[in-house]
Design a protein around this ligand. Structure first.
Ligand SMILES: Cc1cc2nc3c(=O)[nH]c(=O)nc-3n(C[C@H](O)[C@H](O)[C@H](O)COP(=O)(O)OP(=O)(O)OC[C@H]3O[C@@H](n4cnc5c(N)ncnc54)[C@H](O)[C@@H]3O)c2cc1C
Length: 390
């Protein structure tokens, strides 16, 4: 490895953090920056499965097993979810619930709990908002932050999410496209009876398939008093979606709550109860669902690349965003470890990674788009159950 290589990672989401862990394990110098101080995180639950086989062999042994993020870890129950048709209320299937350690196992947890595990033994520089970079002829990249400070490295990875500023500079102003979906989300503590209905035959919760809207309602924590915290996310589309999204961005919690009740009025009773119990106090500020479809299979020549949602943000309906981001972090991390050891040029290492990962991740973005494109007849399970659609 060239001793002078230092990787600067912008963004401490799951993708940037996993890359940092792999570099740390491999002894490659890195720095990781995030604009947030770690307290602004809006948690929702995510399921990791497709990335686990690549991830486990590369993680350092001095951090916790990511499986410990799951609310079911203590009980030993296998994570998994089920799907119900919001229109007919038919049961559509349940994921396999493979036991932990099995190649098909899933870890379902609050995104922030995963993030906290991946932060272990990593020094993150918080409160640093990336502003721009400058590339010197000597291969040194200077990264500037909005607080007037800067840092230098020799490889820059933009893992700064769907509105990536690194990507914007690298690709001359490229911006992710807004989807037609508006999101509304909330969290609610439910009693054992309602929890049992939400879990159905699964241990993590459910997805609801509907014509012009989809939702997930997934467990975040089981509390010692027997209650459980669930987070639900409703994504819906209407003809005047731009107007609707503008409304959601400024709507009061009361108005968001009323909208959620109205849109789920025809759903099964236990789902209506869950939304009703959330109340305005349980509503979060909606986020924008953006899609990133990169046209070319590689990024411009040089020492800068992209990772995670910065490369491939997608609609959440097939549960593949973080899986793809983490698998990409494994590929990039391993390519850097092996390539630098063998003396391969940084430009070659990054372009080989991109030529493999941009087309693969683009395919996943388009599959997720198809899942949200039309009616409820598209597989929302992401191929995790045989009959993922009604
Ligand atoms: C409702 C919902 C459910 C989902 N369910 C699943 C699921 O089940 N399975 C799955 O695989 N995926 C799922 N996803 C997708 C998944 O959450 C994302 O793909 C994943 O979190 C992206 O991680 P990331 O690290 O690439 O980006 P982010 O998590 O967006 O992290 C980017 C980081 O960069 C920081 N940042 C941004 N701009 C700057 C800047 N200018 N300077 C410095 N820092 C900056 C941000 O603060 C942030 O910490 C779901 C998404 C949603 C919305």
């Amino acid at each position: 490895m060239a001793p002078s290589e230092k990787v600067i990672i912008i963004g401490a989401g799951v993708s940037g953090l996993v890359l940092a862990q792999i570099l740390r394990q491999g002894g490659i110098p890195y720095e990781i920056y995030d604009r947030d101080d770690g307290t602004n995180w809006q948690g929702w639950a995510i399921s990791l499965d497709r990335c686990l086989q690549s991830l486990y062999p590369l993680l350092p042994s001095d951090i916790q097993d990511p499986a410990q993020a799951s609310p079911n870890y203590g009980s030993g129950k296998a994570d998994g979810f089920w799907i119900v048709n919001g229109v007919t209320h038919d049961f559509l299937g349940v994921t396999e619930n493979a036991p932990r350690g099995h190649p098909d196992s899933m870890i379902h947890a609050n995104r922030d709990h995963f993030r906290k595990i991946f932060m272990q033994n990593i020094q993150i520089q918080f409160g640093k908002t990336f502003e721009k970079y400058e590339e010197g002829k000597d291969g040194v990249i200077e990264v500037f932050f909005t607080d007037g400070t800067s840092t230098k490295g020799t490889i820059l990875v933009g893992a700064d999410g769907s509105s990536s500023k690194v990507r914007q500079q690298l690709l001359n102003g490229f911006k992710a496209s807004p989807s037609k979906y508006t999101s509304i989300l909330g969290s609610v503590t439910v009693n054992e009876e309602l929890c049992a209905k939400l879990l159905g035959q699964s241990n993590s919760g459910l997805l609801v398939a509907d014509r012009d809207q989809k939702a997930n309602c997934l467990v975040m924590d089981h509390n010692p008093d027997g209650t459980s915290l669930f987070c639900w996310v409703l994504a819906y589309k209407v003809a005047e979606y731009e107007k609707e999204q503008a409304w959601a961005r400024t709507a009061t919690p009361e108005a968001l709550f009323e909208k959620a009740k109205e849109r789920t009025a025809h759903w099964p009773e236990f789902m209506r109860d869950t939304v009703s119990k959330t109340g305005p106090e349980g509503m979060y500020r909606p986020f924008r669902l953006l899609e990133t479809v990169l046209e070319k299979d590689e990024l411009p020549k040089g020492r800068i690349t992209l990772l995670g949602d910065a490369m491939h943000s997608m609609l959440p309906f097939r549960g593949m965003g973080a899986n793809t981001g983490i698998s990409g972090a494994c590929l990039l991390g391993k390519s850097l470890l092996d390539g630098l050891k063998q003396g391969t040029s940084v430009d070659d290492i990054l372009r080989v990674y991109e030529r493999e990962w941009i087309p693969k991740s683009r395919e996943v973005v388009l599959e997720s788009r198809a899942a949200g494109a039309g009616d409820e007849n598209h597989d929302l399970s992401g191929g995790r159950i045989e009959n993922g659609g009604p």
